[in-house]
Write a protein that binds this ligand. Structure first.
Ligand SMILES: C[S@@+](CC[C@H](N)C(=O)[O-])C[C@H]1O[C@@H](n2cnc3c(N)ncnc32)[C@H](O)[C@@H]1O
Length: 712
């Protein structure tokens, strides 16, 4: 059975009696079910960090052995580490007393890799791996290679509260070994499969939530039938203040056919709308084809139909509408009468008729609203009578609904006058046949096979990636939330082949926007590839192995191809983009994109200013990811005391603050100041305009990731 974090902690309790007592109490508690989504949240998540430097006191595992125990490095001498075992392969702690029995081992440092429990502090940085630049001064899209949990941690430093739209397409937990937990594929036989998936998602969503703009942003997550119920509950629990909707989206009308089951043709998209976020209206309702020629229904029977339609079902909705029987004009809307009052007792002025709500079988029904709303609508002609052969009076009452009233107020529907009954003559304004998208989407452009896999094959001939999304599906999905935000920042931390960044580039081309995307993906190889590579004596970290990983083999070349319009072989990409914007794929996009690798920094190196190369892209990203990355370079007199780009500056030598302050370009919005002294920092910051975001290095960074180390 899998061991939980509590089990691991219990093992540390030395006193056997106390340990037994605690065990029985915990077992009792575990039997208790609470409301909401209950899952084993305590299966610790550990991750191998091949880029992390190995130092004395690092926790490491053997690089070659997926089931390696965990060791602590005691000493490093001439490339050889002396190790003591601190955990078994299953994660159980080895007590200090037992460590002596197990004894020490020695291993070459390059046969080891650092392993870290999530929750243990890491100091993330980024290494610049290259860029494609076709977008002039436009902000860079960024693709980060690395573990997304730590990349999200890094983005807390650069983008807390700044992200407009998160789109994720996480592993669907299909049971087909499509994702790893603790370096191990999760398959259908894993009893803790759902708990692991939920724990994995919850950890990342917690960080993602901190990045969303609390006033107006959206988190979009796609999922299929295997986890959508659990994901829905998790989102509700994690975003209590947000509005959450789920769309069902057809992704393959051919459907995947299985015996004894409905053929599955759809998946689900959750929209978590934070603050004021709401989907923009569209001329495409996502369900009906050729919508512009269909007109929406503007008038409805005012008598309530369906469930709850009887007089007794709602108080206050049984009242007379008094009208002129010749013209059908409404003269007055009467008051509602009590349940025990006979309607025949209500006086009807001479020459008028009284319309009462009646169901189709002639029993007493109810209207759709109370008398006040009815009066307000009648005054505007939005409640009117229409000829009816079915009613004894020859008239029935018709009304618009609240949605139509809103569309009238916003000008989408014009009132062209009033007819003989006094009813408004309504017209949907040409060109504004826009409406709310529906919760069921059926668009051939969203077919994942044709516009995901096949499109990817045109960009990267001969390379395959499992289940990329349709480019146009992602484009349509995020458009609902960034159409009116030309500078939106879109994040996808399960970016796979990079479809989301590609979709953002298309949206920019359609309206001249300067939206920026940040993608995160790991560099995993598939199960089959890994087996094959191991057979050939290769192991993770080897260049041949790494070259086949998702980032190196798919994401980076796909993004390069889409922007340049050329395949990795340099040939123009064959075919045209379709749907909202049709043009040759060989045209590429006038966009910039930078490729970064997540790195793990050492606090001492940071203090000594020796980690600057891996901090530089982080600072650049915090300052908006635009223009060049500021470097700490030397001139003839030694290291430069400060540096400015158009967007941001870094003061390395606090004594040279005057030159730094006076050298600031007007366009710069961020200033990083390296100083140990909060007072010096405050003094320099005060010399800069308040519109400039001033950040004290490295303390702001260190105190964010190592709270106990912060001096700020
Ligand atoms: C379902 S795919 C996304 C596909 C993507 N929407 C597309 O159109 O190409 C999920 C991706 O997340 C990546 N991934 C899974 N776990 C990750 C992690 N912990 N850190 C970074 N990437 C991860 C996988 O490598 C995979 O490529």
């Amino acid at each position: 059975m899998i061991r939980s974090e509590l089990d691991v902690l219990l093992d540390k309790v030395q006193d056997p009696a106390l340990r037994a007592d605690l065990r029985s109490q915990i077992d009792r508690l575990k039997q208790r079910r609470s409301f909401g989504l209950v899952f084993e949240q305590h299966i610790p998540e550990r991750v191998r960090l091949p880029q992390h430097p190995i130092r004395e006191r690092s926790q490491v595992v053997s690089r070659d052995d997926d089931a390696s125990p965990t060791f602590e490095v005691i000493l490093i001498d001439d490339g050889v580490a002396t190790l003591v075992q601190v955990r078994d392969a299953d994660g159980t702690y080895v007590h200090r007393s037992e460590q002596e029995l197990v004894g020490q081992e020695r291993a070459p440092v390059d046969s080891l890799v650092v392993i870290s429990d999530f929750g243990e502090p890491v100091l993330p940085g980024f290494r610049h791996l290259g860029a494609v630049e076709r977008g002039g001064d436009r902000p860079y899209h960024v693709v980060i290679k690395g573990e997304n949990h730590h990349a999200l941690e890094a983005l807390r430093f650069t983008h807390a509260g700044k992200v407009d739209c998160i789109y994720i397409d996480p592993p669907y937990n299909s049971g087909a070994r499509d994702w790893k937990y603790n370096n191990d594929y999760v398959d259908a036989n894993d009893a803790y499969r759902h708990s692991k998936w939920l724990a994995f998602m919850e950890r990342r969503l917690k960080l993602a939530k901190e990045l969303l703009n609390p006033d107006d942003s959206v988190l979009i997550a796609t999922i299929d039938e295997r986890e959508h119920l659990r994901l829905g509950l998790l989102l509700e629990q994690m975003f209590p203040g947000a509005r959450i909707q789920m769309v069902s989206s057809v992704v393959s009308s051919q459907a995947s056919v299985r015996d004894d089951a409905f053929a599955r043709c759809n998946e689900f998209i959750f929209f978590v709308m934070v603050g004021d976020a709401s989907p923009s209206k569209s001329s495409d309702d996502m369900l009906n084809e050729g919508l512009s020629s269909t007109k929406s229904q503007l008038w409805f029977q005012y008598v309530r139909t369906g469930k709850g339609n009887l007089r007794k079902d709602r108080k206050g909705m049984f009242f007379p509408i008094l009208a002129d029987p010749a013209s059908g004009r409404i003269v007055e809307v009467g008051e509602s009468i009590g349940l025990n009052v006979d309607r025949s007792e209500v006086p009807v002025p001479k020459g008028l008729i009284a319309l009462w709500p009646e169901t189709s079988d002639g029993s007493e029904g109810r209207w759709r609203t109370g008398p006040e709303v009815a009066r307000a609508r009648a005054r505007k002609g939005l409640l009117r009578l229409a000829r009816s052969g079915k009613k004894s009076s020859g008239w029935s009452a018709m009304s618009v609904n609240a949605g139509t009233e809103r569309r009238i107020n916003s000008g989408e529907i014009a009132v062209d006058g009033h007819d003989a009954t006094g009813g408004a003559i309504l017209r949907e304004v040409v060109g504004s046949d826009i409406r709310n998208p529906k919760t069921v989407w059926n668009r051939t452009s969203h077919n994942a096979g044709w516009h995901g896999s096949k499109l990817l094959a045109s960009l990267l001939p001969g390379r395959a990636f499992p289940y990329p999304k349709s480019l146009y599906a992602v484009e349509d999905t995020i458009r609902f939330f960034v159409a009116n935000k030309p500078d939106a920042l879109v994040l996808d931390f399960f970016s796979g082949s990079g479809t989301t960044a590609h979709a953002v580039a298309r949206l920019n081309r359609q309206d001249g926007g300067r939206r920026q995307s940040i993608m995160v993906t790991n560099n995993e190889v598939s199960v089959e590839e890994a087996a094959d590579l191991r057979k050939r004596g290769l192991r993770p970290g080897d260049s041949e192995w790494e070259a086949l990983g998702i980032f190196e083999h798919i994401t980076r070349p796909r993004m390069t191809a889409s922007i340049t319009g050329k395949t990795p072989d340099g040939a123009p990409i064959a075919g045209d983009y379709k749907f909202a914007d049709e043009f040759p794929m060989a045209d590429g996009f006038e966009e910039n994109i930078a490729f970064l690798e997540l790195r793990y920094l050492d606090a001492d190196d940071i203090d000594l200013g020796q980690a600057f190369d891996d901090m530089a892209p982080l600072l650049w990203l915090r300052a908006g990811g635009q223009g060049p990355i500021a470097q700490h370079v030397d001139d003839a007199d030694g290291p430069l005391p400060y540096v400015w780009t158009d967007r941001y500056g870094i003061l390395f030598d606090e004594d040279r603050w005057r030159g730094f302050v006076s050298g600031r370009p007007d366009s710069a919005t961020t200033a990083f100041i390296v100083t140990y002294s909060p007072t010096v920092f405050a003094g320099i910051a005060a010399e800069l305009p308040t519109s400039v975001d001033t950040v004290r290095l490295y303390d702001t960074y260190l105190s964010m990731f190592l709270p106990e180390r912060g001096r700020a």
